[in-house]
Design a protein around this ligand. Structure first.
Ligand SMILES: Nc1ncnc2c1ncn2[C@@H]1O[C@H](COP(=O)(O)OP(=O)(O)OP(=O)(O)O)[C@@H](O)[C@H]1O
Ligand SMILES: [Mg+2]
Length: 235
């Protein structure tokens, strides 16, 4: 069963068209890695999937159960967000707001849920620390826990390893793969195509050309071979 279908999706801003007539469908439980050039529209696609932005044309269908269960989102990071003044616990709890019901105080169930997410990502010992004083790797783990607090179904991760050293990147990939094994559909943007292609079931390449297929099909395709041979440098 598919969790997501994009039909004839055209993305852009005003006169600027980034992607034209994008078509793909993704089975539930997949691990989609979106790769491609800077400015190709990867983050725009993710924001469009989240309905934070309208497509220029075309349609998106998200499985009803997934839509009802909420979508976890880890946005591409900016320096300002790194300085966000809140405790780890508060940041993870704020993910629960994306589940729909907003009220002035968090419920006991939401507190328990966010505690379970911190436990799953092994960050309980950081819960009372100030987010802005954590390392980049710890911060990304906190943001992943926040995204997880929003969903049991699907995680959208926009460059979760950018700025992390190889060891922290590997740890991040391992924890994302663990969540995938637990049944969560993963949609991740990454520039690190070799590492991400190892776990991904599907690849969407966005650039001058667009490719969608299984990671095996990507590795066999001319664009995949060109891209992988250059260690993920852009074709
Ligand atoms: N809100 C906006 N209004 C107008 N143009 C925008 C807006 N957001 C992004 N753009 C432009 O759309 C293009 C694609 O941006 P996007 O952030 O989707 O690229 P990306 O593939 O995620 O790139 P990167 O790898 O650098 O993160 C860029 O040229 C960007 O300047
Ligand atoms: Mg981006």
């Amino acid at each position: 069963m598919d969790i997501l279908t994009c039909r004839d999706l055209t993305l852009g801003y005003g006169e600027q068209i980034l992607v034209e007539k994008l078509n793909f469908h993704l089975p539930k439980g997949s691990y989609l890695c979106i790769v491609g050039e800077n400015g190709a529209g990867k983050s725009t696609l993710m924001r469009t999937l989240l309905k934070l932005q309208e497509p220029l044309s075309g349609r998106i269908w998200l499985d009803e159960e997934a839509a009802a269960g909420g979508i976890g989102y880890l946005p591409q990071q900016t320096q300002t967000q790194r300085d966000f003044p809140a405790s780890v616990k508060e940041i993870v709890l704020s993910g629960c707001q994306a589940r729909g019901s907003w009220h002035p105080f968090y419920t006991r169930e939401e507190r328990e849920r966010s505690h379970r997410c911190m436990h799953r990502l092994d960050i309980c010992h950081l819960q009372d620390r100030s987010y802005r004083k954590l390392s980049g790797g710890q911060q990304q783990r906190v943001l992943l826990a926040r995204a997880l607090a929003a969903t049991d179904q699907v995680l959208l991760l926009d460059e979760p390893v950018t700025g992390l050293d190889p060891k922290a990147s590997l740890a991040m990939y391992e924890v994302v793969e663990k969540l995938h094994q637990e049944g969560i559909t993963i949609i991740m943007i990454s520039h690190d195509v070799r590492a991400s292609a190892e776990n991904a079931s599907h690849i969407l390449y966005m650039g001058d050309q667009v490719f969608f297929g299984s990671s095996g099909e990507f590795a066999e395709s001319p664009i995949g071979q060109y891209y992988l041979a250059r260690g993920g440098q852009h074709a």
